[in-house]
Design a protein around this ligand. Structure first.
Ligand code: NAD
Length: 358
């Protein structure tokens, strides 16, 4: 079997498998190809791939001949036209949002395995690309906010005067949010956190942040770790509590998502108008509509002197570790479907494989 690593389109800097990771496939009797230059922006050169016995190929040959193609983003229209029927694609396709793309792939006989559909079970944790990449996004979001903020994060008492600590509000304490809390605390900020799942309160407090309590959240205990839609009454109460915190905040990081739905709009125009100029908001939910009024995906805008960055792809800003973790997640998944003879078996009885076949 030939497994090929496709180059991502700029501005993406990550690559789906690093040279040293390709070796573990080769040991399993798989032939590995990589598109010329695919790893360059993640600091993995063609020479490094060659040293590990990976063959350098052009995109057209990969699309026409490989048995399985690894990537991060979905293929382009022109890629799909060139792909052969029966090819297996492994990447992030967000099938709940991209139903048209999935139909198009299937009508050409291409088999997509969407890594973002990995179930949230203990066994699947080592394959969970959403977690490995969200962790990086939460970390980068705080570093980015700190570099854009015109003030210090930590408190200082100096001969030239005292500096109060920055006030950070984090909305959504999932994987990205928890890492954002930890990073903001390490930099010395005072951190407040909102989440609709009361279960996260203890984790939030153990990181040294304050949890914003709102009574009456819908039960999310059966949603596999994800949030569920809230009642109108709850939403109103949450808005009131958030409005108070937003007005005091210097930095806001929003990460609130509900699978398959538009991200909830949590910071309204009126709330933005209550913030101080110079404040910074990073909206990590931008690709599904954003949590903040006016957010534009992949754009930075200003509103009354407040910087609002809509960026859902911050993991790409740290391409080396992001690729390393993504690649390891991919390898852990491939163990389930690669046979001892270096072939592929998609018929294995396995709940993880079944979930990815969309
Ligand atoms: P996510 O990206 O789906 O959402 C981010 C956070 O936003 C969630 O905590 C969610 O509750 C919150 N949120 C949604 N709507 C909100 C609103 N209106 N207001 C405030 N907050 C809102 O979440 P995630 O990072 O993917 O993780 C969700 C949970 O799943 C976490 O507890 C995580 O530890 C767990 N998890 C488990 C596994 C596993 O067991 N394999 C893997 C990954 C994550």
């Amino acid at each position: 079997m030939i497994i090929a690593i496709l180059a991502e389109q700029a501005p993406e800097k990550r690559v789906s498998l690093l040279p040293e990771q390709a070796m573990s496939l080769i040991r399993k009797k798989v032939t590995v190809w990589v598109e010329r230059g695919a790893g360059e922006r993640a600091f993995a050169s063609d020479e490094q791939y060659l040293e590990k016995e990976v063959h350098i190929k052009e995109r057209a040959q990969i699309l026409a001949e490989a048995d399985m193609v690894l990537s991060i983003h979905p293929p382009t229209e022109s890629d799909i036209q060139q792909m052969r029927a029966g090819m297996v694609l492994v990447g992030i396709y967000q099938p709940l949002f991209n139903q048209e793309l999935i139909q198009q792939l299937k009508s050409k006989g291409i088999i997509p395995l969407s890594l973002d559909m990995i179930p949230r079970t203990t066994r699947a944790q080592s394959m969970d690309i959403l977690s490995s990449q969200a962790n990086i996004a939460g970390y980068r979001a705080v570093l980015l906010a700190a570099s854009l903020f015109p003030r210090y994060f930590p408190m200082f008492m100096t001969a030239a005067g005292s500096i109060p600590p920055a006030k950070v509000l984090i909305i959504g304490a999932g994987v990205a949010g928890l890492q954002a809390i930890a990073t903001a605390r390490r930099l010395g900020a005072v951190v407040e956190v909102s989440d609709t799942r009361p279960a996260v309160k203890e984790e939030v407090m153990s990181l040294g942040a304050k949890f914003i309590e709102v009574e009456g959240a819908a039960d999310a205990s059966k949603a596999g770790g994800y949030a569920v839609e809230q009642t109108e009454e709850y939403k109103q109460k949450q808005q009131q509590r958030l409005a108070e915190s937003v007005a005091k905040s210097d930095i806001i990081i929003t990460t609130a998502q509900i699978p398959g739905k538009r991200a909830p709009l949590l910071i309204t125009e009126a709330m933005l108008n209550s913030m101080k100029p110079g404040s910074v908001i990073i909206d990590l939910a931008a690709s599904t509509g954003g949590n903040v009024f006016g957010t534009k995906n992949n754009e930075t805008i200003t509103h009354n002197g407040i910087t609002i960055m809509g960026n859902s792809n911050l993991a790409a800003d740290m391409p080396l570790d992001a690729s390393k973790l993504y690649g390891k997640n991919v390898l852990n998944f491939l163990q389930l479907i690669i046979t001892n003879e270096g072939g592929m078996d998609l018929g294995v009885e396995d709940d993880i494989v079944a979930n990815l076949k969309i």
